[in-house]
Ligand binder design. Structure first.
Ligand code: MN
Length: 262
């Protein structure tokens, strides 16, 4: 019996060492065998054959004072906060196209939120604000699509927001532009039209927390990693769309993002 136990311990120890060694080999093309494939999520990079691999999608809430007020909070007292969408919620939308975007299940109040997205190529914990922009690889324009009725209902019940914010296809996003192509974004027009009518219209300089401050604060709560992207919050006048509506959104310095709700 003793020898049997020893051999079990021996074999499980060597298996664990083997697994660890397998994990610790960066760049090894062949990982462990898997019974099925899970696709990774990438953002196209403008002017490059490479693609940006997405790790996590962070979103900042209530980062424009007027939007915080329309959502029922006081921007002078309540700091912005973070939530996440799964990486595979991303819907890539090529510049100059209008992508079909499926109206999601369960909601009767489906909202747009146009946002600047920062993509990180470096990570870390407790990043100083003065160094934070060094983490940024590039920027894109994105939509934080929201099942507002479900988000509100869960909020009213003090339950998590996932069903309102983190559902399939809830993050349409345009191609990534490297910092060297665009610089950093501290000001500039950000707007959104539905069927040609302006709905949201603000300036990035109205963000309560800058991108650098968002990175610094986020890195207090999470260890940031290369591949993380951050939706930096939406201005006021969020509102509903229905099937057939076309959303066109803009940030100065980036190509417009377009989707049609189908
Ligand atoms: Mn948002």
């Amino acid at each position: 019996m003793d020898s049997h136990r020893r051999s079990l311990i021996g074999s499980s120890t060597s298996a664990a060492v083997g697994a660890l060694a397998g994990c610790a080999l960066p760049g090894t093309a062949a990982g462990p065998g898997t019974p099925f494939a899970v696709p990774a999520t990438y953002l196209p990079i403008v002017g490059s054959a490479l693609q940006f691999p997405v790790r996590r999608v962070y979103c900042i809430g209530r980062n424009y004072a007027a939007h915080a007020r329309e959502m029922g909070s006081d921007p002078s007292r309540e700091p912005p906060f973070f939530f996440q969408k799964p990486g595979d919620a991303i819907q890539n939308v090529a510049a100059g196209t209008v992508a079909d975007h499926p109206y999601p299940s369960l909601t009767k109040n489906y909202h747009y939120e146009v946002e600047l997205v920062a993509a990180l190529h470096q990570g870390g914990r407790n990043i100083a604000q003065a160094q934070a922009l060094e983490l940024v690889y590039g920027y894109a324009i994105g939509l934080d699509m929201t099942r507002r009725d479900l988000q509100r209902a869960m909020g009213d019940e003090k339950k998590p927001w996932e069903i309102g914010k983190s559902f399939d296809h809830s993050a349409p996003i345009g191609p990534l532009h490297r910092v060297g192509q665009t610089g950093h974004f501290s000001q500039g027009s950000i707007w959104l039209k539905v069927n040609g009518v302006v709905k949201q219209n603000a300036n990035l300089n109205q963000m309560i927390w800058s991108v650098a401050e968002q990175i610094a604060k986020l890195s207090e709560a999470f260890e940031l990693m290369p591949g993380d992207i951050i939706f930096s919050g939406t201005p006021e006048n969020v509102g509903p769309v229905l099937r057939g509506d076309v959303i066109d959104c803009h940030i100065d310095g980036l190509p417009n993002l377009g989707i049609k709700i189908v």
